[in-house]
Ligand binder design. Structure first.
Ligand code: MD3
Ligand code: FE
Length: 205
């Protein structure tokens, strides 16, 4: 296992979650998906479907459709409130020293061939809290750049059990998923990758 990499508020913790912790978290997320089924978001204006499927837990969830990107308290298809955030996710957020309570956990599901273009996470009303990312299942080729669309990027592999904290200057960096290495993990039956991002959406003080 490599050392933790830290720079400008970015902390990568390879293998922070043990295999047993990954399995427990996966079963929590399977329960979330049963209550709040995965949906396929579409791009604002064009209506082009994402290759990634999504759901959320916690008081707020991120959604995208033809009218735009936003956080909302209900599932766009069932109309029900998002399920509560599993206790072990709240505990993880606290253990990483994040301020206030997490309000949203976006669940991204990548099947073979799914990817996520370079973007900045800027739909939140505060950037004072970090975004915490948890990877489960197949390894992803993650690309990160700077705080502008141009400029150099670097590629980092995110494997099952890796946790990344994007705080400080890294909170507004451009990032995306180039591809997922299918068959690289046995955690998820049938393969694939699940990424959880825990966020604070509204200011707290
Ligand atoms: C850097 N998710 O949900 S995780 C996203 O693997 C998203 O599903 C990717 O980008 C995924 O918005 C990448 C790494 C990540 C997540 C959120 C960030 C990096 C970030 C927010 C700010 C800066
Ligand atoms: Fe993102």
């Amino acid at each position: 296992m490599a050392d933790t990499i830290e720079a400008a508020g970015l902390a990568i913790h390879p293998g922070l979650l043990s295999p047993a912790e990954q399995r427990a978290l996966l079963s929590d997320i399977a329960a979330v998906i049963r209550k709040a089924p995965l949906f396929r978001p579409t791009m604002p204006r064009t209506g082009k479907p994402f290759s990634v499927m999504m759901t959320n837990c916690g008081p707020l969830g991120w959604v995208s459709d033809k009218t735009g990107y936003r956080y909302q308290p209900r599932h766009p298809e069932t109309g029900k409130p998002w399920p509560p955030m599993p206790d072990r996710l709240v505990a993880l957020w606290r253990s990483l020293g994040a301020p206030a309570e997490p309000e949203a956990c976006l669940v991204n599901m990548y099947d073979e061939g799914a990817k996520l273009g370079m973007h900045q996470d800027s739909d939140e009303r505060t950037y004072d809290a970090p975004v915490v990312s948890v990877s489960l299942g197949d390894t992803a080729v993650f690309r990160m750049g700077g705080t502008t669309r141009r400029g150099p990027t670097r590629s980092v592999r995110l494997s099952s059990g890796d946790v990344v904290v994007f705080g400080g200057e890294s909170r507004l960096m451009y990032h995306g998923i180039d591809r997922v290495l299918s068959g690289s993990s046995r955690l998820i039956d049938g393969g694939g990758r699940i990424n959880l991002t825990l966020r604070r959406v509204t200011p707290w003080s």
